[in-house]
Design a binder for this molecule. Structure first.
Ligand code: NAI
Ligand code: MG
Length: 355
């Protein structure tokens, strides 16, 4: 299999090499082969070359089986030279949109031994899968300014919502629930206020759920959802939601599973017509970059999701097991988990459990 590797900026350059180390160990153990192609794109590359992500690279990426991605983004303090949002829209969103990675899959599971900010919850209380629509909504950059920088300035930013886009995302959520034996799918939206776009979400949800009689379905407004994720995370099994709301509630979900260092994700094109992308949820973390302090577990869990997608379920399970065993011991905790371990130590520990 062909894997494109894009570490990006900051701690992306530290966690991705550890992810490749784990991949090499697990490939040897489970007897599969793979090739990697390296791509340099990110904020630093842009500052050096003026290039974000060229169309030729998109075509090359599409021809891979999967993309392993770190994080892009410069230090917000020192980079007035990069226009606001350029790196996010021209690299990250461009890949998601052009490769039609319409599902953003973000599992949220509390592993034993990992500190959570929630009182009185145990790992049995937090095992949620969030499916975020990834190609539409408020992220499409449809809108504009009128009379910019004058007192009469007008802007609008349109929430692009299509029946095709909504339906395929909701269907993926129910298919996922069926495939992995999950019992309930909750739609999270804001139907009481966003009465056009989210009416379409609700109607599609009601139509699709009829095809999945064994699976319970429910609905929460997004504001209530943020509250329940803190007060009663057991309420949720599979959540399906919009691009914008998914962005917000998955950061909350990451916090309750132990923080950004623990949260993995996949950007999937379930048709397999183009490449899917696997990445830790966190950004480039300029505050700790270059210090061997980043938690690489989110990257390892993303590698496991990639292998599951590439038809290597045993290798994926092996990584999940090794990560769970490693984080169960506080001596393997990095600073974000209030420990003292380094990025490379955690990588070595996971490789040790795999060997
Ligand atoms: P961030 O996720 O980079 O960092 C937030 C906080 O979490 C920081 O205190 C950081 O030290 C900590 N943190 C994050 N990942 C960690 C890890 N693996 N181990 C230990 N601690 C970790 O988010 P922030 O600071 O808002 O953004 C920094 C840059 O990253 C910006 O340029 C932003 O645009 C970009 N970004 C890129 C993303 C991507 O490429 N997918 C996602 C989020 C932000
Ligand atoms: Mg986010």
């Amino acid at each position: 299999m062909k894997i494109a590797v894009m570490p990006g900026d900051g701690i992306g350059k530290e966690v991705i090499p550890q992810g490749l180390k784990v991949l090499a160990v697990v490939a040897k153990k489970h007897g599969f082969r793979y090739d990697t192609t390296d791509y340099p794109f990110g904020a630093e590359h842009y500052l050096e070359t003026g290039i974000t992500l060229p169309d030729s690279a998109i075509r090359e990426l599409a021809a891979h089986d999967a993309i392993l991605f770190g994080a892009v983004g410069a230090d917000p303090r020192g980079n007035a030279r990069i226009p606001q949002g350029l790196i996010e829209t021209d690299i990250l969103l461009k890949m998601r949109f052009e490769l039609d990675q319409y599902v953003n899959l973000r599992p949220c599971k509390l592993l034993p031994g990992v500190p959570t900010p929630l009182a009185r919850v145990t790992p049995a209380d937090i095992d949620i899968v969030i499916i975020r629509e990834n190609t539409e909504g408020l992220y499409c950059q449809q809108g504009g300014f009128l009379y910019k920088n004058t007192p009469r300035e007008v802007t609008n930013q349109i929430e692009v919502t299509t029946r095709h886009g909504v339906e395929r995302c909701i269907r993926y959520a129910f298919d996922y629930a069926r495939r992995f034996g999950r019992k309930k799918v909750t739609l999270v939206a804001k139907t009481n206020v966003l009465r056009y776009a989210h009416s379409l979400w609700m109607r599609c949800f009601e139509e699709v759920q009829k095809d999945y009689p064994g699976i319970e379905s429910s609905y929460d407004h997004v504001d209530a959802c943020t509250m329940f994720l803190v007060t009663n995370p057991r309420r949720y099994d599979v959540i399906v939601t919009t691009n914008m709301f998914g962005d917000i509630i998955t950061d909350l979900a990451a916090a309750i599973q132990g923080g950004m260092g623990m949260a993995a994700s996949a950007n999937l094109n379930p048709t397999r017509e183009t490449a899917s992308m696997f990445e830790p949820v966190h950004g480039s973390a300029p505050d700790i970059a270059g210090q061997n302090k980043a938690n690489p577990i989110a990257t390892f869990l993303s590698v496991a999701m990639m292998l599951e997608y590439l038809h290597q379920p045993d290798a994926a399970q092996d990584i999940y097991r090794a990560c769970a065993e490693v984080v169960a011991d506080p001596k393997n905790h990095t600073g974000d988990l209030r420990g003292k371990a380094t990025t490379t130590q955690v990588g070595d520990a996971v490789c040790g459990k795999l060997a």
